[in-house]
Ligand binder design. Structure first.
Ligand SMILES: [Zn+2]
Length: 85
């Protein structure tokens, strides 16, 4: 069991780490909401928003979630990830 003091210290450290790393709040966006927004993006080449005409692939690298959307209409592959790089 942790004392209240330890819990406070822990929150303080985590908060500082978030500020230090400038990771911002984007990484803490609910994954489902993030993915829903992502799959609803129109194709950057042809502008298609038809989900059934697109193939989606996801992989993770550490905390980074990579998603590749392949538009079957124009063949464009668009990569998304939840980092700023
Ligand atoms: Zn397209």
């Amino acid at each position: 069991m942790q004392s209240d003091e330890e819990t406070d210290e822990q929150s303080y450290i985590v908060k500082n780490l978030i500020e230090q790393s400038k990771v911002g709040s984007h990484i803490f966006v609910d994954t489902e909401i993030y993915l829903k927004l992502l799959v609803n993006q129109p194709c950057i080449k042809c502008g298609s928003i038809e989900l059934i005409k697109k193939a989606h692939k996801a992989s993770t690298h550490g905390f980074i979630l990579n998603v590749i959307v392949h538009c079957k209409i124009c063949g464009k592959k668009t990569k998304f990830n939840n980092s700023n790089q």
